[in-house]
Design a protein around this ligand. Structure first.
Ligand code: SAH
Length: 212
């Protein structure tokens, strides 16, 4: 999967994309990420991106004549996503659907967000990662990329399967059962007996009973 990210702060992505599973996915070319600095599409001597809102009020709005050329600079025809608290709340089902696309473009807003005409004319989907407000779309972009990467064939090792996780179809979209590992007795807190029984049928039944 190819992902093009348009952001004013490309450096924010360095850590999350360069560690652990995402690092491995990129090395294996299962995930190809290109960062584009929106500032380089800014207008005039100061590479201005934002301007004050028509109608007045606090905050700044990202200009269509800076952002649209940036979107158009990405070749081919990616599915274009803008992150916004006004968007549709991201779910595991949507992550699974999006993971089937070959090419995504992620537009990260900042300040008050982008001029509505950008969304109306150049964005396919507005996504929110929850009902709270962040300072920018960079963290939402990283959240989406992380969730997507787990769904791409070959990204997770065989010990890390994505098939039976919270919200997966295999668990009826419910939240997962609790996990335990050694020691059997930790400061008087015991592992549920059934998990030590070796009775796979009973274990399965118990795990099912723990979904919610
Ligand atoms: N004025 C906007 C908030 C802007 S926050 C409003 O009231 O709805 C600045 C940027 O952060 C947004 O443009 C968006 O890209 C990003 N952002 C903030 N909260 C977000 C959320 N919950 N989900 C997705 N993106 C978010």
């Amino acid at each position: 999967m190819q992902i093009d990210i348009l952001t004013l702060f490309p450096a924010m992505f360095e850590g999350p994309l360069s560690e652990s599973i995402l690092k491995r996915a990129r090395e294996k070319k299962l995930l190809e990420i290109a960062l584009h600095d929106l500032r380089s599409f800014g207008l005039g001597q100061y590479h201005q991106i934002d301007d004050s809102p028509y109608g007045g009020g606090a905050g700044m709005v990202m200009r269509a004549d800076a952002v649209v050329p940036a979107i158009e600079s990405v070749e081919k025809k990616p599915h274009r996503i803008y992150f916004s608290p006004r968007g549709k709340r991201l779910t595991q089902e949507r992550v699974e659907e999006l993971s089937k696309k070959d090419h995504l473009l992620l537009l990260c807003g900042h300040y008050e967000g982008v001029d509505q005409r950008v969304i109306d004319g150049w964005i396919d989907e507005e996504i929110s990662i929850g009902d709270y407000v962040l300072t920018g779309g960079e963290l939402p972009a990283m959240v989406l990329i992380d969730a997507l990467a787990r769904q791409l064939p070959g990204v997770l090792g065989k010990d890390e399967s994505a098939a039976e996780e919270s919200f997966s179809a295999a668990l009826d979209r419910k939240k997962e059962y609790p996990h335990y590992t050694r020691p059997e007795d930790f400061r008087g807190m015991k592992v549920p007996e059934v998990l030590l029984s070796g009775n796979h049928k009973e274990i399965e039944k118990w795990r099912k009973s723990q979904l919610h």
